[in-house]
Design a protein around this ligand. Sequence first.
Ligand SMILES: Nc1ncnc2c1ncn2[C@@H]1O[C@H](COP(=O)(O)OP(=O)(O)OP(=O)(O)O)[C@@H](O)[C@H]1O
Ligand SMILES: [Mg+2]
Length: 357
Amino acid sequence: MSLVRLDVRNFRIIEQAALEFSDNVNLIVGPNASGKTSLLEAIYFLAHARSFRTPQFEHLLRRGADELRLVGRLRRGRDPAIEVLGLRRDRAGMEVRAGGRPLRTLAELAARLPVLAIHPESHALVSGAPTGRRAFMDWGVFHVEQGFYGEWLRYSRALKQRNAALKRRAAEREIRIWDVELAAAASIIDRSRAAYVKHLREVLPSLCDRLLKGRGLGLGYRRGWREGEELAEVLASDFHRDRERGHTHNGPHRADLTLELDGLPAVTGASRGQQKIMVAALLIAQARLYTATSGEKVVMLGDDLASELDDEHRQIVIAEMQALEGQLFLTALDESVLPVVADRRMFHVKQGRVMIA
Ligand SMILES: Nc1ncnc2c1ncn2[C@@H]1O[C@H](COP(=O)(O)OP(=O)(O)OP(=O)(O)O)[C@@H](O)[C@H]1O
Ligand SMILES: [Mg+2]
């Protein structure tokens, strides 16, 4: 999949841009605060309907504007047909259309444009809260298994109901009526996630050889409740504790990944640069796996890779991103840190204006 063209209106500092991209490498260069990250963020937002920098829409809307618009023209592999993906967001809500038809769920959107990003906050996948790691894992599972999103929705709805019943101190029967539904969806979610992590683990060693000079990246999976027990049993035995807490403690909503570097927890045992390299390895592994299972290429974004990676590591990360043979977007203050390849397109950004070089 590639993004052939992007039209931007009122996204961050970018008032307006109409850009035609290379299918291969796109380089975005400009001084600090010119709008380079904003441009990558716009691409990411069109694909995910959320930003990698902020959960707040207000931050994304250009100061003084009332709505933002993004229109992407997408091409799948060598298929010459173009699909138009349009997103409009104002303070009242969001509207997304593909080929003129409204999309009803974020899942429909996510399936259209697979975009992965390595950016200055990426180390949070190692050092931050479990939510980010669950989102990472679920992006992968979702793209491999069509049914996953439905199970995840079913689980989320039942959990919300059970938690609401716990909170209002409802009768035991009224609370536990949700346990069957929760346990059924949980076991499917858990099996899919565990299988996905196993596949990721198989892809990682070859990447670690180059990126981490052979150091081992240990990737573990915690499903969110005690191993060796069915969730139904755990919900039953922890019922009184859940009632005291006022929410459901156990379940796949508390799943997590554990990350180790050479046997030490990466959060304390790896440097920030190493954490960033680990995240790059995980995302590149994820992209490889996506392509292997779907036959489709991933759009990769690399924001300001020179800021925390030394020359050697940056070059290896970029080479691995290029080896995915999908579309690549890279930003930098200075083009000297970007790869020299034949089919590349260079953009200069200045005070929110993007110009092709
Ligand atoms: N909602 C907004 N409306 C208008 N301007 C904004 C908005 N959000 C951020 N900006 C401004 O956009 C500018 C560009 O930000 P951006 O992070 O894209 O720059 P950058 O080129 O990536 O810079 P750096 O090289 O420092 O990473 C900043 O000066 C910021 O103040
Ligand atoms: Mg930036």
